[in-house]
Design a protein around this ligand. Structure first.
Ligand code: MTE
Ligand code: MOS
Length: 742
């Protein structure tokens, strides 16, 4: 057996196609007679549809026109609960809500036609902020505007305040954030009663789209087929919304009898698709003179937009991460996801955790200051250790050593020396320097019993030539699934990565491996791939076609002979939840995740106090994510996540007007460029995780959790400003600096 593939930065499987431009993204595909499709949306945030008028000068008879009345099955986009219509027919609940679809071969005429449709809507009052929603200014969803709430309790918070030496309160906010994948959303569909429905598109979760189409068309499962085309980034933004576009394209295809392509341009993508949930978090923390945190009370609220979509799960992850990697005896976390008349907010890398972790890690710096402790000293006195209990009752079984991660991050960034030096030097300068950090963790995989319910599957097949085909519903979207699966399979089989082929995710050909979300692919699905590979090897060894110590040629010969004698050489594995992991959905207590990534990130910034501009000068990211399978890809995950975190912290500011994003262009929605991102030093402490494939845990989302608070803490260090919200645009900082000087 070779053991040299894990831990090697082997080339990206699909890298050549991507860099040479031969990879096929959905918009690269064209078909004869193909039509283009567009969506006509609401013009206001909330109201009652009164009529649809088709304007002058458009040859309407050439167009395929679809409304809710054309939907063969249920007019809902299936997800957690079915509250979101595919096309609104009576009420609109947000300003980008789809009402009507048009298709035509000429996409320029189509755009003219879209503008010529007038939808008459009688306005109803809307709700646009978390506070308005909680105050029930209007009831816009259910009985009380609340999609979901959670309560996590440990110990007795109420009894703890009396024994505290000091109590620190704070309120923190994070804004919406657009995923800004390079490739906007798009789908092509072909649909008929006889043949069923097939869609090709840019997506993270083939089986989510599949489920939505089954319900929309009322067709049997085998009549629906979903194929993932090369995907130019998802970041959570292609977790649920592709179901909506697939439904739209398929309805137009169903009615026209032709293939229909819908591709959003950047403006439509930014306006209409999901973004990170805006959040508001309140903290109340009791601490004693020794810096031991006695109690934490957290009230976490997120803005879910107009429909429930994924908000309960985003809220759940945010809630579970809200008290961080600390051992606090008394904790109460209350959380709510509320409805507003904005387009539904959705998954974005970190899935609620970046919001609650920002609040916590910024708050703890303020707690330290109030108690006269250094921020690192406060953390050190409260970090969780192996054998201790997290806020939601999970006893940590991993060999976690947060202090060591912090030590490492401080050494690399020269934190302690700089912390002291900057303070002294800043007094005489208009440009002030600061250094700050955040300590955090991120659970890999679905929360609680989620993985058990998903019961993911993966399969492997050997060809007579000795090539291995990996069949999984997991998607490659830049994070490295194809390469990591190839490495895991190659390692388990004693082959080279070149002998492994990853089958394109297509619901007609691959089993349901669950959605490609929650940093679960390497750890959970990779684990299935590893088991499936071992099964094939065992089959060949026990049937004596293969002898231990084999090489590539004898492996190929063995496959050929096995298949000749017994037929297909395949293995199939289904996820089994570890028996010692227990989760109580009622109490929201127990083993929330099988494993966590643990990290300490340090940011160094300079702040121009005259222009209120902030620059991140240095960034050190130290993490423990188990065994690193591919160092370059892993570092890439950290660098990309930190870059998106810099955007969240400093630049990416969605400006809302009555539920609509009004700065939906990349000229006025500012994302970090290479000028704004320093060299990010990603460092891995490797402690192999017993249950992960080759010892790996998840890594994908972790980097987004700690970046914004590390930067905010650095800005506070530089300026003395009390940073309580992100993004810290110059306007925001200017206001905060005024308060310092007041
Ligand atoms: N990295 C790239 N390049 N592109 C992406 O779309 N998505 C992120 C993260 N890293 C993403 C990415 C998100 S939101 C998640 S949940 C994980 O990757 C999903 O992939 P994994 O399960 O392989 O970690
Ligand atoms: Mo990631 S936000 O779980 O797609």
């Amino acid at each position: 057996m070779t053991t040299h593939i894990i831990g090697q930065s082997v080339q990206r499987k699909e890298g050549r196609e991507k860099v040479t431009g031969s990879a096929h993204y959905v918009d690269d595909l064209t078909f004869p007679h193909m039509l283009h499709g567009v969506t006509v949306r609401s013009s206001i945030a909330r109201g009652r549809i009164r009529g649809i008028h088709f304007g002058e000068g458009i040859p309407w008879d050439e167009f395929t026109i679809v409304t809710a009345a054309d939907i063969p099955g249920q007019n809902r986009v299936a997800l957690i609960i079915d509250d979101q219509p595919c096309l609104a027919d009576t009420i609109v609940n947000h300003p980008e809500e789809p009402i009507l679809l048009l298709a035509h071969p000429d996409k320029y005429l189509l755009e003219k036609a879209r503008r010529a449709v007038q939808i008459e809507i009688e306005p109803l009052p809307g709700v646009f902020t978390i506070e308005e929603s909680l105050a029930k200014k209007e009831i816009i969803w259910g009985a009380d505007n609340i999609f979901k709430s959670f309560l996590i309790e440990k110990g007795n918070v109420d009894a703890a305040w009396a024994s505290a030496d000091f109590v620190v309160e704070g309120e923190y906010e994070t804004g919406a954030q657009e995923q800004l994948y390079i490739e906007p959303q798009g789908m092509i569909a072909l649909a008929s009663k006889a043949e069923g429905v097939t869609v090709w598109g840019s997506l993270q979760c083939p089986y989510y789209v599949h489920k939505a189409l089954v319900q929309l068309f009322g067709l049997p499962k085998e009549k629906i087929r979903v194929v993932q085309t090369e995907t130019g980034g998802g970041f959570g933004g292609k977790e649920e919304y592709p179901s909506m576009i697939a439904c739209h394209a398929a309805l137009l295809a169903w009615k026209s009898g032709e293939r229909v392509k819908i591709i959003y341009d950047r403006a439509e993508d930014m306006a209409a698709t999901t973004k990170r949930h805006p959040s508001r978090t309140r903290h109340r923390t009791a601490v004693n003179r020794d810096g031991k945190i006695l109690a934490m009370e957290v009230d976490f609220a997120i803005d879910g937009g107009a429909y429930l979509t994924l908000s309960p799960v985003v809220l759940s992850r945010g809630t579970i991460h809200a008290a961080g990697p600390y051992n606090c005896p008394n904790v109460r976390i209350r959380s709510r996801a509320v409805a507003t008349n904005a387009p539904p907010h959705g998954a974005f890398r970190g899935f609620g955790a970046p919001q609650s972790v920002f609040a916590l890690e910024r708050h703890l710096d303020r707690v330290a200051e109030a108690g006269g402790l250094a921020p690192d000293e406060l953390r050190r006195r409260n970090f969780i250790h192996e054998g201790e209990k997290l806020a939601f009752g999970q006893i940590v079984r991993e060999k976690v050593d947060m202090e060591r991660l912090m030590q490492r991050a401080f050494e690399l960034s020269d934190y302690s020396a700089k912390r002291a030096r900057f303070k002294a030097e800043n007094a005489n300068h208009g440009i002030k320097k600061g250094i700050g950090f955040a300590a955090f963790f991120h659970g890999a995989g679905f929360t609680g019993s989620g993985e058990e319910y998903l019961a993911s599957e993966a399969a492997l097949e050997a060809t007579p030539e000795g090539r291995i085909r990996v069949m999984a519903g997991s998607t490659e979207m830049g994070q490295g699934t194809n390469t990591v699966f190839a490495q895991i399979a190659a390692e388990a089989l004693g082959l080279d990565c070149e002998q492994i082929d990853i089958v394109q995710p297509d619901t007609a050909n691959v089993p349901n491996s669950g959605p490609t979300v929650a940093s679960r692919t390497t750890m959970i699905v990779g684990g299935l791939v590893e088991s499936a590979a071992r099964q094939i090897r065992e089959l060949l060894l026990t049937s004596s076609f293969l002898k231990p110590g084999y090489g590539a040629q004898s492996f190929a010969d063995a496959c050929g002979r096995y298949i000749e004698k017994f037929g297909p050489l395949k293995s199939f594995v289904k996820y089994e939840h570890p028996r010692d992991l227990h989760w109580d959905d009622e109490k929201y207590q127990g083993d929330a995740y099988g494993a966590y990534g643990w990290a300490v990130y340090v940011a160094e910034v300079s702040v121009d106090t005259r222009t209120a501009e902030i620059h991140v000068d240095d960034f050190v990211a130290v993490q423990e994510v188990g065994k690193v399978i591919n160092p370059i890809l892993a570092a890439g995950q950290v660098e990309g996540g930190v870059a998106q975190g810099i955007g969240l912290a400093l630049y990416e500011n969605v400006v809302w007007h009555e539920g609509r994003m009004v700065n939906g262009q990349m000229t006025n929605y500012i994302m970090p460029t290479s000028m704004d991102v320093p060299t990010i030093r990603a460092v891995f402490e490797e402690i192999p995780y017993g249950r992960g494939p080759a010892g790996a845990k998840g890594i994908g989302e972790l980097p987004l959790d700690g970046t914004a608070p590390a930067i905010a803490n650095a800005i506070a260090h530089a300026t003395g400003a009390d940073i309580t919200r992100v993004p810290v645009t110059p306007e925001v900082l200017f206001e905060m600096l005024e308060q310092v000087h007041a």
